[in-house]
Design a protein around this ligand. Structure first.
Ligand SMILES: NC(=O)c1ccc[n+]([C@@H]2O[C@H](COP(=O)([O-])OP(=O)(O)OC[C@H]3O[C@@H](n4cnc5c(N)ncnc54)[C@H](OP(=O)(O)O)[C@@H]3O)[C@@H](O)[C@H]2O)c1
Length: 332
C-alpha cells in the first residue's frame, strides 16, 4: 500500500468536494493500493494540521458550522514549508491579475519538492512556463485537468489518451454560465439582462459575471490548452476575445430559423487563439445546451473526438482532481 500524504489548500466548494470524494473513494483507493492521508486543510483564516492525518468529516462539519477549518493561524505557504507531505491540492480562488495565493502556494510547493494538482486557472494563465520549469527542476509532478472543463477530460485526453496524435485544433464551449444564458435566451425569447438575472438567482452566474460573459474565463482556459497541449508560450493578451453581452434574442431566433444556434466558442490551434460567439448547426456535436461544456479535438490520426460534460460543480471537479492523483501515484 502506498500512502500519499497531501494537503488541501482552499476549502470552498472544490476543496470540500475533494474531501468528500476522498471519503467516498477511500475503499476504492485502497483496492488499487493507495491510501491518501490529508495532513493539512487550509482556508483564508488558517489551517487544521495533523501529521497523522486530519479527520476530513470533522473538517467538513466544522467548515459548515463555523465557516472555517482554522485551528492554527498559519498561511498556506507557511504550512507547505513546515509540514512534511508530498502533494499539494491547490483550490484557492482564481486571480488572473496577480495569480493570487495559488501562485505563491504552487511555487512554495515546488521549492520544497512537492507535487501539485490544481483547479486554479489564475497561476497557469499568468505563469505557466515558469511553473512548469520550476516543477521540472524540482522533479515535481504538476497536473491541472480540473482547470479546464471541470469534470470533462480534455488535457489528459489530448496529452495521454490520444498520445501519438498531433492535435490540430480544439474547439468548444468552455463556460457553462454563457452556455446557460444563450440556451435560455433562445428558449424564452428573453433578453440577455433578464436571463442574466435568472442565472444569478439560480447561483449559475457569479455576483460579478464579467469574467464569464465577456469571454475572459474561456480565454484563460484556451491559454492553458495552448500551453499544455500545443506547447505554446502564451498568456491572456494573445487571445482575441469577444463575449456574449451584445447577443440579442432576435439574433438567436433568426439563427435558429436557419438551423443554427449561437454559442460562445473557444478555439485554439498553433495559428489562432480566439473566443467569439459563433453559429453552430443545431445537429452539430458542439450544439449542447444548458450549463454543459463540450470540446471537439481535431487530431491527425484519430480524426475528430468530441467530449461533453459538466464544466463545474464540487464533486464533478473533484473527479478531475482524483483522476490526476491516481495518474501520478496509482501506477507506482
Ligand atoms: N466551482 C467550480 O465549479 C470550479 C470548477 C473548476 C475550477 N474551479 C476553480 O477552483 C478554485 C476553487 O473554486 P471554488 O469554487 O471552490 O472557490 P471558493 O468556493 O471561493 O473557495 C475558495 C477557497 O479558497 C480559500 N482561500 C481564499 N484565500 C485563501 C488563502 N490566501 N489561503 C488559503 N485559502 C484561501 C477560501 O477560504 P474561505 O473559505 O475562508 O473563504 C475558500 O475556502 C478556483 O480557482 C476556481 O476557479 C472551480
Amino acid at each position: 500500500m502506498k500512502t500519499v500524504c497531501c494537503s488541501i489548500l482552499g476549502f470552498g466548494a472544490i476543496g470540500q468536494g475533494v474531501a468528500q470524494a476522498l471519503l467516498m473513494k477511500k475503499e476504492y483507493l485502497k483496492s488499487i493500493g493507495l491510501e491518501v492521508k490529508v495532513v493539512a486543510v487550509v482556508d483564508s483564516k488558517g489551517a487544521t494540521v495533523n501529521p497523522q492525518g486530519v479527520d476530513l468529516a470533522d473538517c467538513l462539519s466544522r467548515k459548515k458550522k463555523n465557516g472555517t477549518v482554522a485551528l492554527e493561524n498559519i498561511t498556506g505557504v507557511e504550512m507547505i514549508r513546515s509540514v512534511n507531505h508530498e502533494l499539494v491540492i491547490e483550490t484557492t480562488p482564481t486571480d488572473i491579475k496577480t495569480g493570487g495565493p495559488g501562485l505563491q502556494n504552487m511555487f512554495a510547493a515546488f521549492e520544497t519538492g512537492k507535487d501539485v494538482i490544481t483547479s486554479n486557472k489564475g497561476p497557469l494563465t499568468l505563469k505557466y512556463r515558469e511553473l512548469l520549469e520550476t516543477a521540472k527542476a524540482a522533479g515535481s509532478k504538476f497536473r491541472f485537468e480540473a482547470t479546464v472543463g471541470g469534470s470533462m477530460p480534455i488535457i489528459n485526453l489530448a496529452n495521454e489518451v490520444l498520445a501519438g496524435n498531433r492535435i490540430i485544433s480544439i474547439k468548444g464551449i468552455l463556460n457553462g454560465t454563457c452556455n446557460y444564458i444563450l440556451t435560455r435566451m433562445l428558449e424564452e425569447r428573453a433578453s440577455y439582462t433578464d436571463i442574466l438575472a435568472e442565472s444569478l438567482e439560480l447561483g449559475i452566474a457569479e455576483t460579478d459575471p464579467t469574467y464569464d460573459v465577456e469571454g475572459i474565463d474561456t480565454a484563460c482556459k484556451l491559454v492553458i490548452l495552448a500551453n499544455a497541449i500545443f506547447g505554446l508560450d502564451v498568456t491572456y493578451k494573445d487571445v482575441e476575445v469577444t463575449g456574449i453581452t451584445k447577443i440579442t434574442p432576435e439574433a438567436l431566433e433568426m439563427a435558429y430559423e436557419r438551423g443554427h444556434v449561437i454559442k460562445l466558442i473557444g478555439e485554439v490551434s498553433r495559428e489562432k487563439i480566439q473566443v467569439a460567439p459563433r453559429l453552430v448547426p443545431i445537429k452539430h456535436p458542439l450544439a449542447v445546451g444548458g450549463t454543459l461544456n463540450v470540446a471537439s479535438v481535431y487530431t491527425e490520426l484519430a480524426g475528430e473526438i468530441t467530449v461533453t460534460g459538466k464544466g463545474a460543480g464540487p464533486i464533478e471537479t473533484a473527479s478531475a482532481i482524483l483522476s490526476d492523483l491516481i495518474s501520478i501515484y496509482g501506477k507506482n
